[in-house]
Design a protein around this ligand. Sequence first.
Ligand code: GKR
Ligand code: MG
Length: 429
Amino acid sequence: MSIDVAAEPHRISDVRITPVAFRDLPLLNTVGVHEPLALRAIVEVVTDSGLTGLGETYGDAGHLDRLRAAASAITGVDVWHVHEIACRIRRALSGDRGTAGHGMSGMVTGSSTADRVLSPFEVACLDIQGKAIGRPVSDLLGGAVRDRVDYSAYLFYKWAGHPGAEDDAWGAALDPDQIVAQAQRMIGEYGFGAIKLKGGVFHPDEEAEAILALRKAFPDHPLRVDPNGAWSVETSIRVGAALDGVIEYLEDPTTGIDGMARVARDVAMPLATNMCVVAFDHVKPAVAQDAVQVVLSDHHFWGGLGRSRALGDICATFGLGLSMHSNSHLGISLAAMTHLAAATPDLTYACDTHWPWKDPADDVIVPGALTFSGGAVAVPTAPGLGVELDRDALARLHERYLAGGIRERDDTGYMRRFEPAFDPTAPRW
Ligand code: GKR
Ligand code: MG
């Protein structure tokens, strides 16, 4: 008699958490500049039935400690019982009120610690579920409604290279012409059909000028700008007026639900956020005040793919648009983001990704499963996430983590090494 693998329980027998570091470029944002190494943690969940599932999350020290506490709490649970896993993780972290070590680099965040910790385990469990029944993760989320997921060109002001090192291949982007050149190169290589500029770095008038230059160079590409809450309410309204009819949405011009609501009343375009609505209990006050019109979901802090799907339904219920936020990431995250986006019917905008900023040689997955063409990634159809761990690469990136010495993302600290007086306090303008 043969065993029905799909019907058998798949109990968690082991969890491996491996911090890794990969090369990053000196990308500027309102709290500082990216360090030469970005951190992630790779989570492998192993079952007594011999299956392994993958998850990827932040690699900061505080978060690693919580991941380890969660890992010991979920041993023995069947990977189909995600509610039980969530429950055990909440219990293991009860009393933990800290927000440190979540890889958001000092930017305002009130995301739920338990949801951030749950996320990579939930993704790994879905990977295993998919492998057990021979179906892609998108099928477990209700099925793909698109077979390709559009991403946007994510432009950054940047230095030519890390101080003391040679210029990198992208070179400097410190004015509108260099931003347009960056966009031309990125769109030439990846085919993106939408453009986002990370702002909050220079005076808002200069950043608005860069957006107008992009509009001229790319008349048909939807545009967005995201200063990460660096502007006052008044500045946001003024810049919003200058960019009326030019950008598809204005992302986090100012901080907080109250501030965003004040801006929303006086600008024509929708406001988007990955800063003031970052957990389920922010939705009610944001909707009540009509503070944001687009939520940028992110399974890394909304508690995984299932809860992010639920967020999609909530957004649809309240007539909110939906798009996807990104941080510097590797291939397991890109696979998870792509399955989620594929299975989210009301996704209304191209998703963000930091992918082009990563050296293609720096990843932990076997190459080939995820490729960009026409600005989109084809949704993997293999069982689970559809990506495979490259153990040699994992070991290499772990070695780099050990040797690199960075244990927390600290864009502000890195910036202050070169500009000691740098002050990220918002509003900066
Ligand atoms: O990578 O510097 C960065 C971004 O600023 C990132 O940390 C943000 O979380 O991309 C993000 C955003 O959209 O706010
Ligand atoms: Mg943002």
